[in-house]
Design a binder for this molecule. Structure first.
Ligand SMILES: [Zn+2]
Length: 319
């Protein structure tokens, strides 16, 4: 909540700065604002004391108010100042940086804020600003045939981009799941970032974490039940309840029967409750099949849309 107070104060002090700028430039605006606030005071005075004939006085005052407002509008127009220039600019338009909606519910930005802190995803904001659907550059992918693949890497990426955009657009209705596989440096992370960013902006709660870290949280929850930290419990629950879970780097975690069954539990529970999951891995299909239990593999093969990433490592290609 302290962070929200800070955000709101910042929005208001930014607003003050803009106001002063306008007043310097157009002194008449200062006079108008003064008159407007004076009228406001007079209106409340009259409403409290209700003198004789107060209805007429109110009508006059309201007329004056309208006149001042339209004069100001006119000045703004003439000087090409956007109409909302003297409105505070809040980071979250849904809750005006209060963290709460009008209904009293917590705003989605607040929930995501908590997730970011719990999951140490504070670096995510910077990353997400840089990598999103709008910054996606198809030309970095080669348009020459690659090995025995039917599509060139660029055609393949266009196909994957289409799948991802569709995943995003129909997120609320279709509850689909994605598997990104292929070696590193081919845009898997970029695509995960795009999805995370687009959905967070849409007000969804997103957890984006490596398989290693996810299983660490599960282990802490299972083996330390009685001394478990409150935060870890929250972390654990979010693995099942977040709108989207992105499991990054599957295959780099410790793999044994315990992690296999816990992983199955997460994947399967989310399928049953209709919550989407995206899995990203450097393993090939064969390696996946050799590494994980049949139940996991059958869920992934049957319920996930597979996107194979291939081509030359981009990090080397265009430097
Ligand atoms: Zn909000």
């Amino acid at each position: 909540m302290a962070q929200y107070d800070k955000k709101r104060l910042k929005a208001l002090s930014d607003l003050d700065e803009r106001k002063n700028e306008i007043y310097e430039l157009l002194p008449r605006c200062r006079e108008i604002d003064k008159s407007i606030s004076l009228i406001g005071i007079n209106i409340s005075k009259i409403l409290i004391s209700k003198p004789n004939n107060f209805e007429n006085q109110l009508i006059n005052l309201k007329n004056d108010l309208e006149n001042f407002k339209s004069e100001k509008e006119h000045i703004f127009k003439k000087n090409k100042i956007p109409f909302d220039f003297l409105q505070p600019i809040y980071e979250c338009k849904k809750c005006n940086d209060t963290g709460y909606l009008e209904s009293g519910e917590r705003c989605s930005c607040f929930k995501q804020q908590i997730i970011n802190q719990l999951y140490e995803m504070s670096n995510m904001k910077y990353m997400l600003a840089k990598e999103n659907f709008e910054t996606f550059d198809m030309t970095v992918f080669s348009d020459k045939p690659y090995n025995n693949e039917r599509l060139t890497p660029r055609q393949n990426m266009m196909r994957i981009l289409g799948i991802c955009e569709n995943f995003f657009v129909s997120f609320d209705n279709t509850k689909s799941n994605l598997l990104f596989y292929g070696s590193t440096g081919l845009g898997k992370t970029f695509m995960c970032n795009c999805l995370a960013k687009a959905l967070i902006d849409k007000g969804k709660t997103v957890i984006y974490q490596t398989a290693f870290k996810i299983l660490e949280i599960v282990e802490e929850h299972k083996f330390n039940k009685h001394h478990e930290h409150e935060l870890n419990k929250e972390n654990y629950n979010l693995l099942f309840t977040s709108d989207l879970l992105i499991i990054d780097d599957l295959g780099t975690e410790l793999i044994n029967s315990f992690t296999n069954s816990e992983l199955f539990n997460i994947i399967n529970s989310r399928l049953i409750s209709g919550r989407s999951t995206v899995i990203s891995t450097n393993l090939s299909m064969e390696q996946l099949a050799n590494t994980y239990s049949d139940r996991i593999i059958s869920r992934i093969f049957n319920k996930y849309i597979s996107c194979k990433f291939y081509g030359n490592d981009l990090r080397w290609e265009n430097s």
